[in-house]
Every structure is written in structure tokens, then in C-alpha cells.
Design a binder for this molecule. Structure first.
Ligand code: PLP
Length: 439
């Protein structure tokens, strides 16, 4: 039977209640410009989430759009195995130049999930090429989100993303998460309490022996689980313990990268340098899918041994360094630089923090937390119906012209960095009014 044109049926929607969505009045976006989406019924929707934490320079920016259009007409695809194209080298150099000294070799992929899997594979292979093949364990963290590949869900710590898939990478362990409402509710910026949770890594090292551990992977700020900024001192402790035992530290900066925290990357924001870093989303302003895994000099150099004609790392994707993605990435980085958007995010952060914390006291709000241009607003859950309250807020916001993101009963706000102070006020005023209408 032919599929019905415009039927909602054929598209199996990701991370969506398909039956609920398809039986309710649809939420369809048909246009986007700067800070707004246009809905199918012609309404302007203020983008409080930069799409999915990714359109950091706002939508349909002419410079980026034109770069993609021109490249598509000039050369649509070029293979990247044993051959190259100039934009790949330029995009990699530009990413490396943005990062702190020493994080300087960039492996391209197509998504955050692939960037994470690539990071995990680099970590495992790094020890092996150095003759330390017993280091096969990976350590993630409860509530961590590292995408949906088998590597990412294995080190990730979100139960719903794991429970249906019995097969996981072997030898993975997890640090405890850092969410501590009792001590840290309504923290502004990094919470005061919780640095000691990093000491659990010492316990895991003692349990498994350092000679078996390849890498620790964390999001510097846990995003998708519901915005958990790192407690003061926590990341430094992780760094120190990893260094002490020869364990690689991987920062998953898929969300925190490209200005979100009011600095180019979380590594700059917190002054802590990982050995490997994963990126995606804001790297192309989300216009063309792209992921990137950045290896520190010493990690890359470890692979550059053996016969010069030998392939050093048996890994890559057909679309690693896709020309359209590279063109988009270069134009995006030009935009970030010329519009000083990371500096802008830093300047707007105090106003954003004030506006976010004005929700303290709204109905059922049990926490507000923030860092840079990201805020999490946690609602008390309805008994036996986790997520129902925040979902209702999400739908009402959409109907009122505001896009927010919810995870369980946590609302995440992460607007494009081009947002104005007035638009920040609009987001939080509207959100507070709507939260107050939801029982
Ligand atoms: C920290 C982190 N890592 C990885 C991913 C996965 O990225 P993607 O959805 O592009 O595969 C995400 C997505 O939100 C993320 O937040």
C-alpha cells in the first residue's frame, strides 16, 4: 500500500512518545530565523533551547548558509580515506586553534554519539599502541549522557537509555552523579558541595587496579540529564586522580563547547585540560551534522609510531570531514569570532542568572541552577507520574510561543548566544507564568 502523503505514520520519531505526538495537534516547525522558529500554523516561537543545544549563533545565519550553498555547488563530496580536501585541514586547524594549547589533533565524525565512540576507541587504542593493553576499563558517571552508540550508552548513566539493551561494553564502571538538592538547591553558578564525590574515583581505582583503567569520561557540565554544573573543585580532583594513575580524562563537550558556558569550551571555563575532548552540535551551528574528537599532542603522538606507511588508527566514517560540514564549521567559527559570541555569552550570564533565579518561589519549583547561558529548573514530580508536570509546561510554552526542553521534570533553557536581554526576560517571564498555571 502506498504511504499516505503527509501522514505522520511513517516517521518513527526519536526520543518521542510517537503515539501521543501523532494523536495530538502536531507541533511542526517550518522555518527559522535568528532567535525564532516559525510553526506550521504561522506562529513565531522564541527558541529557548538553541534547537537542541546546538544553534549557538542563531538560525539561518546568511554567512553560514551561503558557505554551505557555495560548497554544495562546487564539490559535493570528497572521500577522506588516503586522500583529502583543503577544507578538512582548515576546519581541523581552526578547531585546534580555538582550544587550549596541546589539544591539537582533530578527528571528524557526524554526531556527538560518534565523537564519543571515537574518543573511547582512541583511549583504548592509545594504551594498546603503548604496550599497555591491559587498560581496557572505561569509567563514566551516573546520569551522564554520551549519545546513543553502544559505547556512549555503556559509559552513560541514564537508566532509560540503557535498560532495553542488554549488550553493553564490558568492564565499565560509573562514578556517582553530583546532583545534591539537599545541599545545593538554588545554587548560582557552580555548587559549593560535592567535590568529594570525585574521590570515588580513587575507590574505583583501588577496586579495579589502575593498570586496568583506560579512561574516565564525563560531561564537564551534565546537560541532557537536566543541567548539573560541576561542584567547585570536582573536575580538578578528577584531573589529578587521572594524572596520578595514567588514566586518560575525556571531556564530552558536545553541549558545553562553543560558548555555552560563557567561554569557548568548558576546558577554558574551568581551567582543566582533558586528554581527549568530544565536540558536535555548535561546531557547525547545527546546520550540517558534524562531530569532532580532539586528542592531546601526547595521545596523537603515541599513534605516530611504527612503519610510516601503516595506517595508525583503523577508524573513520564515510562522512568524516564531509565538505559541507567543513564549510559550515569554518563559517560558523568565523561567525563566533567576528560577532564575539562567546564573550557575549559571558556578558549576558549575570542577567541570565538573575532572570532564571526569579523562578524561585514559582509553583512546584524545587531548584534553579545555572552556568553561562544554561539553566535548569527542577519541578517536584507528581506522585507516580515523573515528567508529566514538566511535559505539560513544555506543551503550554510551545502554544504560547516559547520552545523549552524537558527531561523528566527538569526544564532546560539554553538559548542561542545571540539572545538579547529583553528576550531573556521574555523566556523566564513566560515560563514562570506558565509554571504557575500548572498544578
Ligand atoms: C554530552 C553529549 N554527548 C553526546 C551527545 C550525542 O550527540 P548526538 O545526538 O549528536 O549523537 C549529546 C547530545 O545531546 C550530548 O549532550
Amino acid at each position: 500500500m502506498d504511504a499516505q502523503v503527509n501522514s505522520l505514520d511513517a516517521f518513527w520519531m526519536p526520543f518521542t512518545a510517537n503515539r501521543q505526538f501523532k494523536s495530538s495537534s502536531a507541533r511542526l516547525l517550518v522555518g527559522a530565523k535568528d532567535m525564532h522558529y516559525t510553526s506550521h500554523d504561522g506562529r513565531q516561537i522564541l527558541d529557548g533551547t538553541a534547537g537542541l543545544w546546538c544553534s549557538n549563533a542563531g538560525h539561518c545565519r546568511p554567512r553560514i548558509t551561503q558557505a554551505i550553498q557555495q560548497q554544495a555547488a562546487k564539490m559535493d563530496f570528497a572521500p577522506a580515506f588516503q586522500i583529502g580536501h583543503p577544507l578538512a585541514f582548515e576546519a581541523a586547524s581552526r578547531v585546534a586553534a580555538m582550544l587550549p594549547e596541546g589539544l591539537d589533533h582533530v578527528f571528524f565524525s557526524n554526531s556527538g554519539s560518534e565523537a564519543v565512540d571515537t574518543a573511547l576507541k582512541i583511549a583504548l587504542a592509545y594504551h594498546r599502541v603503548r604496550g599497555d593493553a591491559a587498560r581496557t576499563r572505561l569509567i563514566g558517571r551516573e546520569r551522564g549522557y554520551h549519545g546513543v552508540g553502544f559505547g556512549g550508552i555503556s559509559v552513560g548513566g541514564i537508566g532509560n537509555n540503557r535498560k532495553h539493551f542488554a549488550t553493553m561494553l564490558p568492564g565499565v564502571d560509573h562514578l556517582p552523579h553530583t546532583h545534591d538538592l539537599a545541599r545545593n538547591a538554588f545554587s548560582r553558578g557552580q555548587p559549593l558541595h560535592g567535590a568529594e564525590l570525585a574521590d570515588t574515583l580513587e575507590r574505583l581505582v583501588a577496586l579495579h587496579d589502575p593498570s586496568t583503567i583506560a579512561a574516565v569520561i564525563v560531561e564537564p557540565l551534565a546537560g541532557s540529564t537536566g543541567v548539573l554544573p560541576p561542584p567547585i573543585g570536582y573536575l580538578q580532583k578528577l584531573r589529578d586522580i587521572c594524572t596520578k594513575y595514567g588514566i586518560l580524562l575525556i571531556f564530552d563537550e558536545v553541549i558545553s563547547g562553543f560558548g555555552r558556558l560563557g567561554a569557548p569550551f568548558a576546558t577554558d571555563r574551568f581551567g582543566i585540560t582533558p586528554d581527549i575532548l568530544s565536540l558536535a552540535k555548535g561546531i557547525t551551528n547545527a546546520t550540517v551534522p558534524m562531530g569532532a574528537t580532539v586528542a592531546a599532542t601526547h595521545v596523537y603522538e603515541a599513534f605516530m609510531a611504527g612503519p610510516p606507511g601503516a595506517i595508525e588508527f583503523f577508524h573513520g566514517y564515510t562522512y568524516s570531514s564531509h565538505v559541507l560540514a567543513c564549510a559550515a564549521a569554518i563559517a560558523t567559527m568565523d561567525t563566533y569570532r567576528d560577532e564575539a559570541l562567546f564573550e557575549r555569552a559571558a556578558e549576558l550570564s549575570p542577567h541570565f542568572e538573575e532572570a532564571a533565579h526569579s523562578l524561585q518561589g514559582a509553583s512546584n519549583v524545587i531548584d534553579v541552577r545555572n552556568l553561562g547561558l544554561v539553566a535548569g529548573i527542577e519541578l517536584a514530580s507528581r506522585p507516580g507520574a515523573i515528567g508529566a508536570r514538566a511535559y505539560e509546561v513544555f506543551v503550554k510554552c510551545y502554544e504560547a510561543g516559547l520552545l523549552i526542553r524537558v527531561t523528566g521534570d527538569i526544564i532546560a533553557i539554553s538559548p542561542p548566544l545571540i539572545i538579547t536581554p529583553a528576550q531573556i526576560d521574555e523566556i523566564f517571564t513566560k515560563l514562570r507564568d506558565i509554571i504557575n498555571t500548572v498544578d
